[in-house]
Design a binder for this molecule. Structure first.
Ligand SMILES: [Zn+2]
Length: 487
């Protein structure tokens, strides 16, 4: 069998002032043709899983495009149009194919198009005709009717932190072969629930999402059930369809799919209050971390998570660490390309006076004047050690470590969420030796940091991925919706 394969991935925070243009994709990932298979083979990603199955089952993959950028504001119309046209031209030129495999996100918003993946899948369907289409979607997908109607199968990640991307890629590829060979006739049910859970309340190791997935996992074992995805949704997207949704696929039994989807949607709704989340005020969190025995204590800057489209340059926790004279602390990582350049020009060992961070959005804290020593400089290339994205190269761009009285600030040029201790290790800092590690991440850091942390404290600092959704100026999301409305 021959499967067309492509990846287009962006999680769009519509409140972010940073437009996602071609340069943002070039900085993270923009590849074409056979190079995609070389880059993703053996990695803990959806594409990695799809490539595994193709090798094991002797499938031929026809690779088109892989485009991903760090979460930020809307994708520019110019880049989206370029990527879409390239993918569609490749699909037309692909010759006879038995299926289409897409690695998508599901929360991409384009300038002028609120439902990016719905638009893309509709266009792919128009060319693919009756050929089955299977797409993987992020756990944070804001799933729409257009996506459900255009795709044959959707496979959402079932974990947050996302440690099952390769498993979902494998599942999508296997199910697509079953549909293509006529062994499976998917019937899908989709339910949107009137809830917008904050991301820091969405983890799947415990709490309400775990309970929903325990039920879904049990349902998935029943006769006739093909797959179940419960999408927690991405709340920092002011679009009609943001929020939690349920998607159930059965084998040629619409009634069964509908009944299971209704039960899951009702369960999620009943648990809505348990998703609410609030961290510690900055001063309390820092004081408590310093008072704890043992190391490292992780301070999670959940509101400045670049993985949720926040800037990654807020300074309030760093400001407090310096104010109280904390030692043996690392802030990972602060996005400030200009500060990196200042450090590069001064050189390793030099003392520099500069302001760091706070440059994107003044409502989330001001730039912080500091005086420190340039400890190391690097090109920002590292390899993820996992569990997330194991084996995949990360590119932080030119990177500097600024040492301010033993508060080390990792300054980066390309935004990337602190989800892997390797991002601290590769610049010469031993994360196990630090008293305090500040990570800019809402949940993903837990996969790799929980096993090494003495304690974890979630901090309620300012930022665009804050759990306090009522601070955001929503105008387009469907109402009423919990927790914006008290329903
Ligand atoms: Zn996600």
């Amino acid at each position: 069998m021959r499967f067309f394969v492509a990846m287009v991935s962006h999680e769009t925070n519509t409140f972010s002032p940073i437009a996602t243009d071609r340069r943002q994709f070039e900085a993270r990932d923009l590849r074409y043709g056979g190079e995609i298979l070389e880059a993703y083979r053996g990695t803990g990603t959806c594409l990695g899983g799809m490539i595994d199955v193709a090798a094991a089952q002797g499938l031929t993959l026809v690779p088109s495009l892989a485009a991903a950028a760090s979460p930020a504001g809307r994708v520019t119309k110019a880049f989206y149009t370029e990527a879409r046209e390239r993918l569609l031209a490749d699909l037309r030129a692909a010759g006879p194919i038995d299926g289409v495999l897409l690695d998508l996100h599901g929360a991409m918003v384009v300038e002028g198009i609120d439902d990016g993946e719905g638009d893309l899948l509709t266009a792919v369907r128009a060319i693919a005709g009756p050929v089955p289409i299977a797409a993987t979607l992020d756990f944070h997908a804001n799933v729409t009717r257009a996506m459900v109607e255009s795709a044959t199968l959707l496979h959402g990640y079932k974990t947050y932190p996302h440690v099952d991307m390769d498993a979902r890629g494998r599942e999508a590829a296997r199910r697509l072969t079953e549909v293509a060979s006529g062994r499976l006739r998917p019937t899908a049910a989709y339910r949107q629930v009137a809830m917008l859970p904050p991301i820091a309340g969405q983890l799947t190791t415990r709490g309400p999402m775990r309970r929903i997935y325990d039920l879904a996992d049990a349902m998935e074992k029943r006769r006739g059930v093909v797959s179940i995805s419960v999408f927690a949704g991405f709340p920092m997207a002011d679009i009609h369809d943001a929020g939690l949704s349920v998607y159930v696929v059965t084998n040629d039994d619409q009634g069964q799919a509908d009944a299971l989807a209704d039960e899951l949607a009702a369960t999620a709704w009943a648990l809505r209050h348990e998703f609410l989340h609030r961290g510690l005020p900055v001063k309390d969190a820092v004081a408590r971390a310093l008072a704890l025995d043992g190391r490292p204590v992780v301070l999670a800057d959940v509101a400045d998570n670049t993985g949720g489209g926040a800037a990654g340059d807020t300074t309030e926790i760093l400001r407090e660490l310096i104010r109280v004279g904390a030692r043996s602390a690392t802030v990972a990582c602060l996005w400030d390309a200009a500060a990196v350049r200042t450090c590069q020009e001064a050189g390793v060992g030099a003392t520099v006076n500069l302001t760091v961070g706070g440059k994107v959005d003044p409502t989330h804290g001001a730039p912080l004047p500091v005086s420190g020593r340039v400890r190391t400089l690097s090109d920002g290339r590292f390899v993820h050690k996992g569990p997330m994205m194991r084996g995949l190269e990360g590119r932080l761009g030119p990177t500097a470590v600024l040492d301010v009285n033993d508060v080390k600030v990792i300054l980066i040029t390309h935004r990337w969420q602190t989800l892997d201790p390797e991002m601290i290790r590769f610049v010469g800092i031993d994360p196990l030796g630090e008293k305090i590690l500040v990570v800019k991440s809402s949940i993903h850091y837990r996969a790799a940091f929980e096993p090494i942390a003495r304690a974890i404290l979630e901090v309620d600092a300012p930022g665009l991925s804050s759990s306090s959704l009522e601070r955001l100026p929503f105008t387009r999301v469907r109402r009423p919706i919990f927790p914006l409305d008290d329903i």
